[in-house]
Design a protein around this ligand. Structure first.
Ligand code: TYM
Length: 331
């Protein structure tokens, strides 16, 4: 059975981008593969959270994983920092990761641009830690959104480089995965880029948002003055709303609004109302379970402990092989 690994940083509430880009696939994959899903708390340290925020963020992701339908009996659900073997593999992989290639990574360049005062080494070697997350379980499929594609390419580079250097075939090649073949990029509500936690207030719709909050955010989304007979090409901000509709609404609803747009009869207020109601329906089953899991501390503790044991078992096997290959041998 193929092995699957993926994770989400513990940097706040999860949004529709996380859900449609990643978690929805996790939930389906748990029935078909040997799955390891984790909370990337080490990765979240690049932005220096307070101890309270770090702890709260880890709990929030665990709760939302469970609320979205991940079953700790079917998958290995764990917290990255509970598996020290990952940090050890990260150290080894760092010896064969080069400055030039790390500096060229698009997400590194974006982060430097966004926050030039905090260009730390953890940020630079972020893709190496991510490769360690994946290679530690010898995964071949990694369910992620489109924004992680380059990181997967780097994970393959680091794994292959290790294999070549030591003349081994220890690490298989991991590939980004989505059931629809195409990796997903869910747009935000600000009319610009992707939905994200750090893209500005009101851009993201969270799985934990109440119906009132969702309605407010969607109604505030940027629109234009409408199509004209001469020009029915959708500008980015309108295309984004249609793209969101494609994932949360039925095909009939989408076709109805698309037709109105093409006939220049669209009323954006109606489109947004429908979009908000469909988002509310899509997130309801998750939202309703969030409080339940958040209030069950003993269950959360049990899930995290059980997951750590299973994840370490797998990680220890790999790290033992890695040490042997590198030449760390007992006298
Ligand atoms: P993170 O926490 O930024 O995002 C978690 C997952 O959500 C996806 N995602 C999106 N997908 C579509 N549209 C969007 N707007 C959108 N926003 C976020 C991301 O692609 C991701 O799948 N580096 C990873 C965490 C990580 C990881 C790993 C993932 C650490 N180690 C090993 C896979 C394997 C990240 O930053 O995710």
């Amino acid at each position: 059975m193929e092995t699957v690994v993926s994770g989400i940083r513990s940097t706040g509430n999860l949004h529709l981008g996380n859900y449609y880009g990643a978690i929805q696939n996790f939930v389906k994959m748990q029935y078909e593969y040997n799955c390891f899903f984790f909370i990337a708390d080490w990765h979240s340290l690049t932005t220096h959270p307070t101890p309270g925020n770090l702890h709260g963020g880890v709990k929030q992701v665990l709760v939302e994983y469970l609320a979205a339908g991940l079953d700790p009996e079917r998958t290995t659900l764990y917290i990255q920092s509970d598996v020290p073997e990952i940090a050890e593999l990260y150290l080894y992989l760092n010896m064969n990761a080069y400055m030039g290639e790390l500096e060229r990574s698009t997400s590194f360049k974006d982060k430097v641009r966004a926050n030039p005062d905090n260009v730390n080494a953890g940020l630079l070697t972020y893709p190496v830690l991510m490769a360690a997350d994946i290679l530690i379980h010898k995964a071949t499929k990694v369910p992620v959104g489109k924004d992680q594609e380059q990181h997967l390419e780097m994970a393959r580079t680091f794994g292959n480089r290790f294999n070549r250097l030591y003349n081994s075939d220890l690490f298989p090649e991991p590939y980004a995965f989505n059931f629809t073949q195409n990796l997903v990029k869910i747009p935000g509500l600000d009319g610009k880029g992707k939905m994200g936690k750090s893209e500005g207030e009101g851009n993201a719709v969270y799985l934990s948002d109440s119906p009132e909050v969702i309605r407010k955010k969607v109604m505030k989304a940027v629109t234009d003055s409408g199509p004209t007979v001469e020009n029915q090409t959708k500008p980015d901000e309108i295309q984004n709303l249609f793209d969101l509709m494609k994932v949360v609404s039925t095909a009939d609803t989408y076709a109805h609004f698309d037709e109105l747009y093409n006939k220049c009869q669209i009323r954006y207020g109606d489109l947004k109302k429908q979009l908000a109601e469909d988002m509310i329906i899509a997130t309801a089953p998750i939202r309703e379970k969030i409080d339940h899991f958040a209030n069950d501390a003993s269950f959360l503790r049990q899930v995290a402990r059980h997951g750590a044991i299973k994840a370490r078992e797998s990680a220890q096997k790999t790290i033992k092989e890695v040490r042997e290959i590198i030449g760390f041998r007992a006298f």
